[in-house]
Write a protein that binds this ligand. Structure first.
Ligand code: GUN
Length: 285
């Protein structure tokens, strides 16, 4: 039976440390790290995520601002909001909650965010820095997964790592971080042939697809580490991952649950990035 990775406990510890560092930054330089979150429209799930981000900021003593814009906001209006936040010295991090309504081009909006304030690390500048291995910010979900592996002393170097999913937000940067940690990395996706075979070779298997039931027990090597990034809301309201949890937990050595696995780490890394942004903008290292 696998050890269940407790993302809430690791997140709690890290957030205590972030709160202490924020206090220190205030004591030494009078700076309170500030995060602005922009949300457009009324997608209920997005509003829950944004509320959680705001609460997390307040819990660690950050300044937090949520800007709610109507569903019919235009590109010019949204860009003007982001440009105003770029100039606001109380705001060190800017996050535009995705997805945006269809009339808005998310790539163009993300490019409007000052790279120094891009705490999602989604902008081409920051994505390029991650690719080059020299960065100030890491994308929050992959960074949170690396922090979980470290907290549980799970070695990556020399091990077979299989990432299922190739999104810009999770799959691609996840593969880069595992590579940077000297893993041997395979990326699988919807056109991959023999997904089962690839998965069965993995010492570390990360699934970030959003398809409940995708990863079954017979696709996992005995003793593998399984990280489930999938989050799918079922019609009954239950949140589930990509793995058939009971099957996979009976063969893996470690597994992340949904929820309480990767989720709490994503917001924790957002707080970490906001703290880093505040430090860099204040001239402190
Ligand atoms: N929507 C779902 N996850 C994210 C995220 O990490 N950042 C942003 N900006 N939007 C999201």
């Amino acid at each position: 039976m696998a050890t269940i990775i407790d993302g809430r406990a690791v997140a709690r510890q890290m957030r205590q440390k972030i709160a202490a560092e924020a206090q220190k930054l205030f004591a030494e330089r009078g700076i309170v790290p500030g995060l602005a979150v922009v949300i457009v429209g009324d997608d209920p799930a997005s509003h829950i995520y944004v509320r959680n981000k705001k609460r997390a900021c307040i819990d660690v003593g950050f300044y937090s601002e949520v800007i709610e814009l109507p569903q019919d906001t235009t590109m010019d209006e949204l860009k003007a909001v982001v440009e105003r936040l770029n100039r606001n010295e109380a705001v060190h991090g800017i996050l535009v909650q995705l997805p945006l309504p269809p009339q808005l081009d998310d790539r163009e909006i993300i490019q409007t965010i000052d790279p120094k304030k891009d705490v999602d690390a989604f902008s081409p500048v920051n994505a390029g820095r991650v690719l080059a291995g020299k960065y100030d910010f890491l994308p929050c979900t992959p960074a949170g997964i690396m922090a979980l592996l470290k907290a549980y002393n799970i070695e990556v170097e020399g091990r077979e790592c299989v990432v299922v999913g190739r999104s810009n937000i999770v799959g691609k940067p996840m593969a880069l971080l595992l590579l940077e940690a000297n893993g041997t990395v395979t990326i699988c996706h919807s056109r991959t042939k023999n997904l089962e075979e690839h998965c069965r070779r993995a010492d570390i298997l990360v699934s970030a697809v959003g398809k409940p039931g995708l990863i079954r027990g017979d696709m996992v090597k005995p003793g593998a580490v399984v990280i489930d990034v999938g989050t799918t809301r079922l019609p009954d309201g239950k949140l589930v991952g990509d793995t058939v949890f009971d099957e996979v937990a009976s063969v893996a050595s470690y597994i992340t649950p949904v929820s309480g696995g990767v989720g709490p780490m994503t917001i924790t890394m957002l707080l970490q990035n906001t703290l880093t942004a505040a430090r860099l903008q204040s001239g402190a290292k």
